[in-house]
Structures are given as structure tokens and as C-alpha cells.
Design a protein around this ligand. Structure first.
Ligand SMILES: C[S@@+](CC[C@H](N)C(=O)[O-])C[C@H]1O[C@@H](n2cnc3c(N)ncnc32)[C@H](O)[C@@H]1O
Ligand code: SF4
Ligand code: SF4
Length: 346
């Protein structure tokens, strides 16, 4: 009987992952928006400079739906939520329903008073900001290209002064691994509640990653010493929502993280997807072809109600079938072989 139930259950508590915008002030070389060998300029074949606005959010996230949502993660694949014009208004709307908001940012955009206001709002429930800061004054900009460490510290200080919760997430590379202990100490002094080290898996087989800085100089990223970011007590990174690794998770069968968390994904175009890994992939295209539904425009909240979209194929039978047949390479990699970046808490 359960076979034809959609993978997302609108009667159970839900979470959502939203990409509010694909705009960003930074140009991290390993980010999907960046052309790493062209001065880290944005890849305009992907970036459209668009956003989800408050009116669109209100139309789709009705009070009824909001009453079932426990958490909304404002992260995404191509942009920074702080770059969305109505970021605070959207957070305010969700927090009005007592939804926990988890906002991931490089922290370099906006004024200190904007961050203070965000903090005041976030103290209303247990919402939090994950600041993604990969080093200190002399290193953070080597990955968080185009950001200024001093400004990020001012913004984080203003946010924390409100009493709201924040975590510091630090992607470890060879060029910043020696600063992990200092960054941890600074984070404690500033009042961050958690410090997490991310062990990225975005290196190719060569185990190095070349890129061109905006000034034309060539640089290389190298992995950190694995013993510094040992995967003990790790949880998944690349998207928020910690979930401890379990032995059965590597058993070979696909265990969909998104279905387990009841957590669909919506990108800044308005397109609805199962998760940030499958979004825009060939696997997703094939499932839509099988469903006889076009992802765009039919499964886009600009054109159709979110609650209708989530109850249709490919979310009913096509995803479960693909998982049991091992037909989606992305799903097998991410949710059977568990090839994900990991994070450990210090
Ligand atoms: C595209 S960003 C969007 C949110 C925000 N702009 C940020 O950077 O936090 C999504 C996530 O990817 C993470 N990320 C960026 N580069 C990464 C890398 N090389 N390895 C693992 N995660 C990475 C970010 O830290 C963030 O958690
Ligand atoms: S801050 Fe986030 S969205 Fe912006 S370039 Fe870096 S990883 Fe990508
Ligand atoms: S990669 Fe596939 S199995 Fe994993 S969360 Fe995404 S849709 Fe689910």
C-alpha cells in the first residue's frame, strides 16, 4: 500500500532547503558558480542573478504548510542568502510560524546593523547562522575569494551581540590547517556556539585544484592533512542538517537523505528538486523524462503550487524505483557509497 506514497510526506513534520538567490559577493574556486580558471568570474551559463521573493514564498508556503515545517535551511548551491533582497523579511515570515531558520553565509555582505537585526530576529526561536569562514585575515580570502576578513568579523560580532546562536564552519586546506586552533579559540571568545571543521571531497584524482585569482595570479588548493580532520563523530556537510553516519548507511542500498529528513529542495529559479546533489543533474533530467513532466515550467513554484508538485511523479514511484535499481549514479554515490564531505566538531 505504501508503495505509491510520495517520497515527501506532507502530513508529517517537514524541513525545506531553499536557495534564496544565486547571487553572491564571493567567488570560491570550488563553488559551482565560479569559473576557477577565468579569474574566478561567475559562470553565467549557470548564474542568472535571480531570487525567491517574499510574495512567492508566501504564496507557496501557506500558513497551513508552515504549521508542519520544523526547519528551513537557507543555503543553496550557487548563491549566498544574505544577497537576497528580502532575506530578513523571508526569515521573519518563517520565524512567525516558529520555524527554525538555519542560514549559511560567507558573512561578507551587508552592514553590521543588518546582521544585528538578523540576530535580534533569530533570538525569537532557536534559529542560527552558520558562518563559513575558512581561515583568518591572511588566508580566508584564498578560498573565500573577494571577501574581507575584517568585515566578516564585524558582521559576526554584531550578529552575536544580539544573543543569537552561530556556528563557525571552517573548510580545511593545506594553506589554512595550521590556523584551526587559533580560529577555534577566536570563535569561543566571540561567542560562537560550535566550531566545525569541514573535510572537503571536492578534489579530483590529482588531489590538487588549480585556480586563477581575480588579479590573474595562479594558485593551487591542496587537501589538509587528513589526521587534522579525522572523520570521528562526523556528520554530512554540503548542505545543512547534521546526521550522524551509521554503519548501515554504507551497506550498498540507497538511503535517501532527503526522504528520510522529509526535506525537499527549491532553487532560486523556483524549480523544486529532491536535494542539492541531484538538482540539475542528468539523473534528474532522466527521471523527469520518464515522468512525462517537464521540470521547467511544471515543477516550478513560480508556475504551480508547491504542495501539488511534491505529490506528483517523479516523487511517487520513479525515485523509489531508481533507488532500488541503483539507476541514479548521483544517488548511489551520495546515499549508498556516502561519498560526501564530512565535518567534525571541535
Ligand atoms: C554554495 S554554498 C551556499 C551558502 C553560502 N554561500 C556559503 O558559502 O555558506 C553551499 C555550501 O557549500 C559549502 N562549500 C563551499 N565550498 C566547499 C568545498 N570546497 N567543499 C565543501 N563544501 C563547500 C559552503 O561552505 C556552504 O556550506
Ligand atoms: S560564498 Fe557560497 S555561494 Fe558564494 S561562492 Fe562561496 S560557496 Fe559559492
Ligand atoms: S542524492 Fe538521491 S538518494 Fe541522495 S538525497 Fe539526493 S535524491 Fe535522495
Amino acid at each position: 500500500m505504501g508503495e505509491n506514497l510520495p517520497i515527501f510526506d506532507l502530513r508529517r513534520p517537514l524541513k525545506f532547503h531553499l536557495e534564496l538567490t544565486d547571487k553572491c559577493n564571493a567567488a570560491c574556486p570550488m563553488c559551482g558558480r565560479t569559473q576557477q580558471m577565468n579569474r574566478c568570474l561567475p559562470d553565467m551559463s549557470k548564474v542568472r542573478n535571480i531570487e525567491l521573493d517574499l510574495a512567492l514564498i508566501k504564496r507557496n508556503f501557506t500558513p497551513e504548510l508552515c504549521s508542519k515545517i520544523s526547519e528551513i535551511d537557507l543555503c543553496g548551491g550557487l548563491g549566498d542568502p544574505a544577497a537576497a533582497r528580502e532575506c530578513i523579511e523571508i526569515c521573519d515570515y518563517f520565524i512567525g510560524f516558529d520555524i527554525k531558520v538555519v542560514l549559511s553565509s560567507n558573512g561578507g555582505l551587508r552592514s553590521a546593523s543588518w546582521w544585528r537585526s538578523l540576530g535580534e530576529l533569530f533570538t525569537e526561536n532557536d534559529s542560527l547562522v552558520e558562518f563559513h569562514i575558512d581561515g583568518l585575515k591572511d588566508t580566508n580570502h584564498l578560498y573565500r575569494v573577494n571577501t574581507r576578513f575584517g568585515k566578516i568579523m564585524e558582521n559576526a560580532t554584531a550578529y552575536l551581540a544580539s544573543g543569537a546562536a552561530a556556528e563557525w564552519h571552517f573548510i580545511a586546506f593545506r594553506h589554512n590547517e595550521h590556523q584551526i586552533a587559533d580560529a577555534l579559540e577566536i570563535s569561543r571568545k566571540m561567542g560562537f556556539s560550535r566550531f566545525r571543521v569541514i573535510h572537503t571531497i571536492r578534489f579530483g584524482k590529482e588531489n590538487r585544484f588549480c585556480y586563477e585569482m581575480p588579479d590573474g595570479s595562479l594558485r593551487e588548493l591542496n587537501p589538509a592533512d587528513p589526521s587534522l580532520v579525522r572523520a570521528t563523530n562526523t556528520a554530512e556537510s554540503e548542505g545543512t542538517g547534521a546526521q550522524a553516519r551509521t554503519p548501515q548507511a554504507t551497506s550498498g542500498a540507497v538511503q535517501c537523505k532527503s526522504a528520510r529528513q522529509n526535506r525537499p529542495y527549491i532553487v532560486a529559479t523556483g524549480a523544486v528538486s529532491a536535494c542539492c546533489w541531484i538538482e540539475g543533474s542528468e539523473d534528474e533530467r532522466q527521471m523527469y523524462a520518464l515522468a512525462g513532466i517537464s521540470h521547467e515550467p511544471e515543477h516550478n513554484i513560480r508556475n504551480r503550487p508547491l504542495e501539488e508538485i511534491l505529490l506528483e511523479e517523479p516523487y511517487r514511484t520513479i525515485y523509489p524505483r531508481a533507488w532500488s535499481e541503483g539507476a541514479n549514479p548521483v544517488c548511489v554515490r551520495k546515499c549508498a557509497k556516502m561519498q560526501r564531505s564530512t565535518r567534525s566538531e571541535l
